[in-house]
Design a protein around this ligand. Sequence first.
Ligand code: EPU
Length: 430
Amino acid sequence: MDKIRIRGGNRLNGTIQISGAKNAALPLMIVSLLTPETLTLSNVPRLADVRQLQRILQNHGVDIMVAGKRPGQNGMMGDVKQLSAKTIADTLAPYELVSKMRASFWVLGPLLARCGEAKVSLPGGCAIGTRPVDMHLHAMEKLGAEIEIEAGYVIAKAKHGLKGAHIKFDKVSVGATHAALMASVLAQGDTIIENAASEPEIGDVAECLVKMGAQIEGIHTSTLRIRGVTSLHGAEHRVIPDRIEAGTYAMCAGMTGGDVLLKDANAGHLAAVIDVLRQAGVSAEPTNEGLKIYRNGQALTPVKLDTQPYPGFPTDCQAQLMALMTKANGTSVIRETIFENRFMHVQELARLGADITLHGDTAEVHGVKKLTGAPVMATDLRASVSLVIAALAAEGETMINRVYHLDRGFETLEDKLSACGADIARIAGN
Ligand code: EPU
């Protein structure tokens, strides 16, 4: 297994290209199941999760081609992928594949909508919380599917096709909104999805569906109105920039001081993160090219916040903010309201000298003068990158083990950071 070695203390200066959003690219790839024609996606990040989903889609019969790069084209600009689900070869999504990545469960909606049946493994355990799928199943039932759970599998049937419905979620779920949206575009009649998640990644998927012939109103709001169509066609779509990757590098720059341009970051998607960075004493200026982040000598100020669905502060940036606040001038209070177990990074940050106390869903982060490098373990994707942030400001050497978690969601992280002056290297495992 590879490791990442970081020697802390260097300021970051330069430009970091923000990749396409993992959490938009994954559902967009799944959308390809809805049409026999070709869906061409550009700016697809090169990530382990994308490769894993590719295997799952190929298992359903999706033919996937990756277009090459022209000479001189920026190596960090993502892949162009052509996905063609001319025929669905298999409506089974087996445990061996689904258990490796939760988002693959989202194939349920499109398979049901296109084929009238699907058998998809329940996703199983997760490091950040219990993460049930009851809301996904509720949405499919509302759309007329019959659902049974048998031997760890969801068996869903809609012999005469799905029918439009009024779906009202009692809490906000990104995945359940994707599922309801992807299924209802091919249902007969009208669907209303109330209390829909309004994360930019859902808007991106909805915009792609519209290019494919879907009829959707209320995109980017919490009420989606869908008029079902009988078929969708191919389209070309560019994946939006990754707001979580941008937020993460903003915190790296804030942690080390210095001056970094996050090229192509969409400041509009990052309003809550920018607000918190500014409260913390980190400057964030939207520019024509992206988002400029700098902190020149000013001390870090503690903050108090709750994670919230969009447009609130994202749970996917909570661990990174906590790492930043380990060096603030006082005590920060961070409450995690989305996932019940998303504090696995706390014990690892403590190994670097952080002073954090947990009270249920709330972490009190008492800023310290100094962090010191140590061997640490990555536990999940966002937790592991919080260790990178702390290590960049720690004295001495930090060795991060189990970096496959990082590779799931950060494209060429060590190259992007070292180009800005960080002392970071990947040590290949045996
Ligand atoms: N929930 C239910 N029942 C359901 C579905 C969700 O109770 O049927 C609960 C969850 O347990 C959680 C809350 O609802 O407490 C919100 O979960 P949500 O469904 O919104 O999460 P998700 O769709 O599984 C996506 C992202 C996560 C991100 C969350 C929240 C992708 C591929 N995953 O997950 O991203 O944290 O939304 O914004 O888009 C990550 O990238 O590291 C990551 C974990």
